[in-house]
Design a protein around this ligand. Structure first.
Ligand code: G3H
Ligand code: 13P
Ligand code: ZN
Length: 374
């Protein structure tokens, strides 16, 4: 089975009331862990690479690893997604490399740390939609900045994340603005801000509604019921995984993630894509620390990479079952990007897939084609 765009997968998820985890990768073992989990649970998958991951792995390695995954697991629909593209150039370079879906994160300027203005966000996102849809590639946008409602700051992952104090207006996506944003950009999915942040340090206690505003998602969904919503920063930071790391010499401070029940509540309110990276990082690191401690005399990397891969597979399988994507792989329509390009051009995906013609072309600061790709 070839790689498929994000849009038909999320449409299928919406029609059938499930969510799909979007899992970050940097290397072969992580891709293998996801694919084995997908096979074991019969799940469609979204595999995503950040700018940092593309740099670390090299695009060409990444592309061929993804092609190998699609050849070795022909029964699994796979979306290959650019996570947090900082500029149209980054997204376009991903499209050229064969990604079937891109995120234009215009909530921040192209330095990936300065919260942007609304018009800038509309302009860069629309610019990416205009290009991507011609290639049948799906586009995720983001409105609102990820960050903690406890202390008003974002958590930086690999240099990506808002810098300084954010206002409540920036930390919570405005439902009315979301309506306008989706209409003017033509995106396929919208990432929203409601108190989650990247990394392990999300909440200082088990989150309640004041720091994890799930009601905000419900309000947004009421206004744009046909738009697929995306939750970033959705690792649950399982205490047992933190415990393993600390037991074997790690130093992770007390912290809490997004409870799975809250994500399931989100799925009932239109969340279709759930970004998870940290939980897998924790699982891998714990397994490697344990392996090192168990047999300090070992030095064959396979000795510690095999349990690391297995630990990640376990987390992926759990999320696939918890989000409802398990068992859906054979039912997801297989649509090629070529077909999608025709469908977008024919308006098959409706208003949400066609930028409002009245939106202004982008001339603003920092987001033009001169920005660095990655
Ligand atoms: O965007 C957040 C993901 O966890 C990716 O992290 O940029 O360190 O690869 P990264
Ligand atoms: P976590 O750090 O919570 O896993 O979030 C990952 C993410 O949102 C990637 O875009
Ligand atoms: Zn994210």
């Amino acid at each position: 089975m070839s790689l498929i765009p994000l849009r038909p997968l999320l449409d299928h998820a919406a029609q059938n009331g499930y969510g799909v985890c979007a899992l970050n990768v940097n290397d072969m073992e992580q891709i293998q862990a996801i694919m084995e989990a997908a096979r074991a649970t019969q799940s469609p998958v979204i595999i995503q690479a950040s700018r940092g991951a593309r740099k670390f792995t090299n695009d060409l390695f990444l592309k061929h690893l993804m092609l190998a995954a699609s050849e070795l697991y022909p029964e699994i629909p796979i979306v290959m997604h650019q996570d947090h593209g900082n500029s149209p150039d980054t997204c376009i370079s991903a499209i050229r490399m064969g990604f079937t879906s891109v995120m234009m994160d215009g909530s921040l300027e192209d330095d990936a740390k300065t919260p942007s203005g609304y018009d800038y966000n509309v302009a860069v996102t629309r610019e990416v939609v205009n290009v991507a849809h011609r290639f049948g590639v799906s586009v995720e946008g983001e409105l609102g900045c990820l960050g903690s409602l406890e202390h008003g700051t974002g958590e930086k992952e690999d240099g990506h994340g808002a810098e300084g104090k954010l206002t409540l207006d920036q930390l919570l996506t405005d439902p009315d603005q979301a309506v306008d944003f989706v209409k003017r950009t033509g995106i396929d999915a919208l990432a929203v801000a409601m108190g989650t942040s990247h990394g392990a340090y999300k909440f200082s206690r088990k989150p309640t509604g004041d720091v994890l505003a799930m009601t905000r998602i419900e309000e947004i969904h009421k206004k744009i019921p046909n738009c697929h919503l995306v939750m970033h920063g959705s690792s649950s930071v399982p205490q047992d995984l933190v415990g393993i790391i600390n037991k074997y010499g790690g130093k992770i401070k007390e912290t809490y993630g997004v409870p799975v029940e809250e994500i399931q509540r989100g799925i009932r309110a239109g969340v279709r894509k759930i970004n998870v990276d940290t939980d897998n990082r924790l699982a891998i690191t714990g397994a490697i620390r344990k392996a090192f401690s168990d047999k300090p005399e070992e030095f064959d990397p396979r000795y510690y990479l095999a349990p690391a891969r297995a630990a990640m597979q376990k987390v992926c399988e759990e999320r696939m079952r918890q989000f409802g994507q398990a068992g859906q792989a054979p039912k997801v329509p297989v649509v090629t990007t070529d077909q999608m390009a025709k469908d977008y051009a024919a308006g098959k995906f409706g208003e949400n897939a066609r930028p409002d013609a009245s939106a202004k072309a982008h001339v603003g600061k920092g987001g033009g084609v001169s920005a660095m790709a990655h």
